[in-house]
Every structure is written in C-alpha cells, then in structure tokens.
Design a protein around this ligand. Structure first.
Ligand code: AHM
Ligand code: MG
Length: 337
C-alpha cells in the first residue's frame, strides 16, 4: 500500500496562503489561533459527562475552578484565543447580543470573525455530536474603530468559513475559496491531520433531514416536497431516507459526505409572519460557502443564501442546503403557485 504524506492543518494553511503572493501570514495566524481554541473545546466536550462527578455546572469543582456550561466555555475560549493576535478588528457570536470589540490593549487587524461557539448544545447531555461554526470577512469600514457594519455582510464576501465537529472524532472542515478540506484531530499528538482533501458533495443524494414534528407549520411547497421524497420511484431513487440528528453541524457534515438535503424552512403558523430558526451570519452563510465550494447549493427556497445582505446581527433565515439537484427540486416545489 502506498503511504500517504501526513499534512497538518498548519502546513496546509501555509501552503494555501503561498498561492497568494501578496499574503502577509496574517490569515494563517488567525486560522492557527482558531485551531487552538477548537482543541481546547474538544477536550472539554469529551469530558462533558464528568461534570456530574467533578462538580455541577455553575458550582466550584473539586479543583476549585468554576464549572462552566460548555457553550459559555466555548464562547469565552474563542474570544480569548482570538482577541490578542492582532488579526481581528471585531467579532460577533451567536451567544452575544452585541458585537465583541477587541480590547484596547491589543493590536487590531484587518479581519472580522463571526461564530457560533457550540451549535446544537441541547444535545450535549445525550453524547450527540455538536459543533463550532465560523465565518471570516475582511474589514470593510475605514474609520478608527471597526463597527457593526463590518459584521453585517453578504455571504459572498466571506474569505473563509468552516466548522469543527465534536463527534466520534473531532474534525475541522474549512474553505478559503479553494475547495473544502477536512482534518481529523489525532488526540495522541494534538494535531489536526488532513483526512478529507477537496471534499465534493454528490450532485444528488438519498437522504433528507428535517424536523418532521414541525410539519403542520410548513408552507404547502415544503409539505408537497417532503411527500414527494417519500413516494416510491426507482428512477429517481425514491423514497429517500430520513436522517435528523437535530445538530446542524452533524446533519450538514453527514450530508456533505454522503449527499442529501437539510431543510429548516420557516414556520408558517402565522402565514403573515413566517418565522425562521437558523441564523444567517453564524450558521447559514458559513455552511453555504462550504457547500458551494463542494459543488452543492444553499437557498431559502427563493434566493441564494449568500446573496442576502444582512440587516441584523441575529437575523434568521430559512435554510435549505445540500446536493445541488435536491435543492433545485425543492425550489421548484416551494415556488409552485
Ligand atoms: P442552537 O444554535 O440553539 O443550538 O440551535 C440550532 C440547532 C441546530 O443545530 C439544529 O439544526 C436545530 O437547532 C434543531 O432545531 P429543532 O430542535 O427545532 O429541530
Ligand atoms: Mg446555533
């Protein structure tokens, strides 16, 4: 068997950056800081069940440390890992209502980081996979301080995006617009090693992922589409299989590798005020960038996710994402009058 070369994430980021002759190394430093935060979060996630033994959340544990809820820990860990490197000018997190400024004592950089520190955290106690999602932009404003305008962007302006999945192993998947690459954490050496180079999502899948408990609140197009997926037709490989973990990163990651479609449509209980759940800046845009780089699609049903100009930090959007043919078929159903 031919031995493949071992590529650490650090080496991969440096090699990618060399493709840009004018790169300063700033971006490499930023991604490197993020991988450090990811390793710490991974370690804490792996210890999740032990909190009961070592001390309850909100209490002081046997070592005299405060035991923090994991999502709070992840949020603080990322902020602390990222605020002093001189790469960022501002951050925003799903856990914070307002933007996060870089403390005065630290140098400011040209990048903006938006993140969901621990998505799917309601699953932690059941040992189900959860994830961290991130999105990086270049600063847009030119004043002394970066502002919220630097965070309210279109997904097409992202320079990088990725996620870390804390599953049976910990993986980091990212894109800088040069394809999608996946790295698996080798805990024995504490390094992310390239395990999935240039991931491509199948053009069509056989899996759909949606919370069917919400079926009563769906629009007619979504109802008809899901009914269509359940019909038998061998030429289009129906019926599809339903797989729903309820943890976006895990559902997305599986569909990225196997093909398929994830749907979180709006709730139409009040047809005049459809309500979406997932967030444009912290969840939809980064995964949309990844899926497009892998050859797939991300849509609200009506428009491309990455074309939406964000108006609010915590703006929510319907998210239909996955294999291209599947998302295109959904759009046909959704837009049928
Ligand atoms: P969170 O950001 O509060 O963790 O919520 C997002 C999560 C996603 O991971 C997942 O896709 C979705 O919520 C599941 O929602 P539901 O339980 O309504 O199916
Ligand atoms: Mg979330």
């Amino acid at each position: 068997m031919q031995k493949s070369r071992v590529v650490t994430i650090q080496r991969h980021i440096v090699e990618q950056e060399r493709l840009y002759p004018r790169a300063t190394g700033d971006f490499t430093g930023l991604l490197w800081d993020l991988t450090l935060a990811a390793k710490s979060i991974s370690r804490e996630v792996n210890k999740a069940g032990l909190a009961e033994i070592l001390g309850l959340t909100g209490e002081v544990n046997v070592h005299g440390d405060d035991v923090k809820k994991l999502d709070v820990y992840a949020n603080e860990r990322i902020c602390k890992a990222m605020d002093h490197g001189g790469h960022l000018c501002i951050m925003a997190s799903e856990e914070n209502e307002d933007v996060i400024r870089i403390p005065d004592e630290f140098p400011k950089g040209k990048y903006v980081l938006l993140f969901d520190p621990l998505d799917g955290s309601s699953n932690i106690d059941a040992n189900v996979s959860i994830g961290t999602i991130f999105s990086i932009y270049r600063r847009k404003t030119t004043g002394k301080e970066a502002t919220i305008e630097d965070c309210l962007r279109k997904g097409t302006e992202q320079v990088a995006a990725g996620y870390i999945i804390y599953g049976s192993s910990t993986m980091m998947v990212y894109t800088t617009g040069q394809g999608v690459h996946g790295f698996t954490l080798d805990p024995s050496i504490g390094e992310f090693l390239l395990s999935h180079e240039n991931i491509k999502i199948p053009q069509k899948g056989k899996i759909y992922s949606i919370n069917e408990g919400n079926a009563n609140a769906w629009d007619d197009g979504t109802k008809k589409y899901v009914a269509y997926l359940k019909e038998k037709d061998t030429t289009t490989e129906r019926p599809y299989s339903l797989r729903y973990i309820g943890s976006l990163v895990a559902d997305f990651h599986r569909n990225l590798l196997y093909g398929g479609i994830f749907l979180y449509p709006a709730d139409y209980k009040d047809p005049k005020k459809p309500k979406a759940k997932l967030r444009l800046l912290y969840e939809a845009n980064p995964l949309a960038f990844i899926v497009e780089q892998a050859g797939g699609m991300a849509s609200t049903g009506k428009e491309r996710i990455m074309d939406i100009q964000a108006a609010e930090l915590h703006q929510k959007v319907p998210l239909i994402i996955g294999s291209k043919e599947d998302v295109l078929t959904y759009e046909k159903f959704f837009n049928q009058k």
